[in-house]
Design a protein around this ligand. Structure first.
Ligand SMILES: [Zn+2]
Length: 141
């Protein structure tokens, strides 16, 4: 039997996932090669994209930057960005669980039931098996 990772190991794994998401710009989807990105809750922006955004906003010329993008390329990039945001969401759910929040409270924020929140996220957390056992124990199953 594999020993259960410690809470510290689990937090390190989640923080690594968060850090990995902060090495790719959510706007241009380019790896930052170690350059810093400005992190948001579900997106990070590189210096080049931030500069272009600042320039465009200051000029009052906000346009669809991706208007000429090949449709399939745009679709693939949108999917990559969505996956990056979803991974950030999983990271925050893990932090919420680490902070003692119940699946019911997480489900309330996500807009689902406790069970639906657990089904969506628990299996993607490092300690999913143990949490599943805990949930079953709390539910009296
Ligand atoms: Zn960028």
């Amino acid at each position: 039997m594999t020993p259960r990772p410690s809470d510290q190991d689990q937090r390190a794994t989640r923080d690594r996932a968060l850090s990995d998401n902060q090495t790719t710009c959510s706007f241009c989807l380019e790896p930052t090669q170690g350059a810093p990105v400005y992190p948001g809750f579900a997106a990070s922006i590189c210096a080049d994209c931030a500069a272009e955004a600042a320039r465009s906003l200051a000029a009052g010329e906000v346009t669809d930057r991706w208007a000429g993008t090949d449709l399939l390329t745009g679709l693939a990039r949108c999917l990559s960005s969505t996956r990056q945001a979803e991974q950030m969401l999983v990271t925050w759910v893990g932090r919420a669980r680490d902070g003692g929040l119940s699946w019911a409270r997480i489900g309330g924020v996500v807009g689902t039931t406790r069970q639906a929140a657990w089904e969506r996220f628990a299996k993607r957390l490092p300690d999913a098996e143990a949490e599943h056992a805990d949930e079953r124990a709390h539910a009296g199953v």
